[in-house]
Design a binder for this molecule. Structure first.
Ligand SMILES: Cc1cc2nc3c(=O)[nH]c(=O)nc-3n(C[C@H](O)[C@H](O)[C@H](O)COP(=O)(O)O)c2cc1C
Length: 391
């Protein structure tokens, strides 16, 4: 089974990742990992510095001659701001000595991990909470999960995501989404992300993309922030991954956990999701057909999963991201030191990170699918798995 851990703080020396359980013989390079890291950095309203400082993860172990060797793969991504001593980060994040005069941050932001993180770990300064809870960590998640993505790709399983809604602007119905995304999915889910990446808000519809940009502009002017809704599709999944026999073997449950455990994600839908609560049975369940020697469904309202198992139809998952908690226009808070009511202080932050978060969501579900695949067809090497899963 593939497991991964990340370590590191946003403004420390860098992020480390360890991925273990990857079968031997999978071909992987640093450039392949970099593809999704760069995608994670791109989105509307970004630019300038970001265009130059591209995230890059160095492989430190577990790979030889561009192939995995069965041992843990370790990755490292240096933090340039720390290396260049920008803004004194090596002093602020020093692992040994506390320099005199380092400011304690005591104004927790509503909606962030600040207050409860400080309460939980008994800090009188929220800096350590910010450093570990912030979404900088998702860069290493994307790097680690790119390896699982590559594994899936080898077996014809592709993942792609796109934005459905940002604030008030978005697709209105399931049917509209299907008409836009399904023709692309015919060529595999990567066609979906490649088309979505043409838009800086990662939306497949040009008119909606324009509306989303306007929406972001409006909220930026107001000093506010936005979240939104996205969809991830997975194509090429064979039937029978996951199982109905135990709660912790259900594929839909595991996918939901992967999404909701990502920063700022507040909900998940599989297939038609919440809309199925508005419809009656005949409008929801996918009728079964038999074509060209295999079972199919006339529709895919269940999003490719029935009874916690993949049906062989594309898997369709939607996630909702809440608006970014750091906003120029402040909210009320309480100073942890004085216990007096005051206002939040602004730190440099995105207005809407949803287009970038889509890449994180694509990534975090990859190990879930890869593990369900390995559970069914697994082995210690790619060769062994290939024998068990005839391509
Ligand atoms: C890709 C991405 C980028 C984010 N960027 C920011 C940001 O710039 N500022 C911010 O306050 N929160 C940002 N967030 C959200 C916070 O990390 C998140 O709200 C916080 O860690 C609290 O966790 P929770 O929202 O899951 O409760 C981002 C999230 C993601 C997925």
């Amino acid at each position: 089974m593939i497991r991964y851990l990340t370590a590191g703080e946003s403004h420390g020396p860098g992020l480390t990742g360890i991925v273990e359980g990857v079968p031997a013989g999978l071909s992987i390079t640093e450039d392949e990992i970099a593809e999704h890291l760069v995608r994670r950095q791109q989105g509307y309203g970004r630019g300038g510095r970001m265009a130059f400082e591209k995230d890059f993860a160095t492989i430190k172990s577990g790979v030889r001659f561009s192939k995995t060797i069965g041992g843990p793969i370790s990755l490292f991504m240096g933090n340039r701001a720390y290396e260049k001593d920008d803004a004194g980060w090596p002093t602020v994040m020093n692992k040994e000595k506390e320099a005199p005069g380092i400011e304690k941050i005591t104004l927790p932001r509503p909606g962030h991990a600040d207050l409860v993180g400080a309460q939980k770990y008994r800090f009188d300064d929220i800096r350590p909470v910010i450093e570990r809870s912030s979404a900088r960590e998702t860069a290493m998640r994307v790097a680690c999960c790119s390896i699982a993505r590559k594994f899936l790709k080898h077996f014809g399983i592709q993942i792609g995501g796109h934005v459905l809604r940002i604030g008030r602007v978005g697709f209105d119905s399931w049917n509209e989404i299907r008409l836009t995304a399904d023709p692309l999915m015919e060529n595999g889910a990567e066609a979906v992300y490649k088309a979505a990446d043409q838009s800086d808000v990662r939306c497949l519809d040009e008119e909606l993309s324009q509306g989303m940009r306007e929406e972001i502009k409006i909220r930026r002017k107001e000093g506010s922030s936005l979240g939104g809704i996205y969809e991830i599709v997975i194509t090429g999944v064979p039937e029978g991954l996951g199982s109905f026999v135990h709660w912790d073997k259900k594929l839909d449950g595991k996918l939901a956990q992967a999404i909701v455990s990502t920063q700022a994600m507040k909900g998940v839908e599989i297939g038609l999701g919440f809309e199925s609560g508005h419809r009656h049975g005949q409008q929801v369940h996918d009728e079964i057909t038999h074509e060209d020697g295999s079972f199919k469904r006339r529709t895919n309202h269940m999003g490719g999963i029935e009874g916690g198992m993949s049906t062989g139809m594309p898997i369709i998952i939607r996630g909702v991201m809440k608006p970014i908690p750091t906003m120029l226009n402040p909210l009320s808070t309480v100073d942890m030191k004085t216990k007096k009511e005051t206002e939040t202080r602004y730190e440099r932050s995105d207005v809407c990170a949803l287009p970038r978060a889509v890449v994180v969501a694509e990534s975090v579900i990859a190990p879930v699918i890869a593990n369900a695949f390995i559970e069914k067809f697994g082995g210690d090497s790619m060769e062994e798995i290939e024998e068990r899963y005839s391509l």
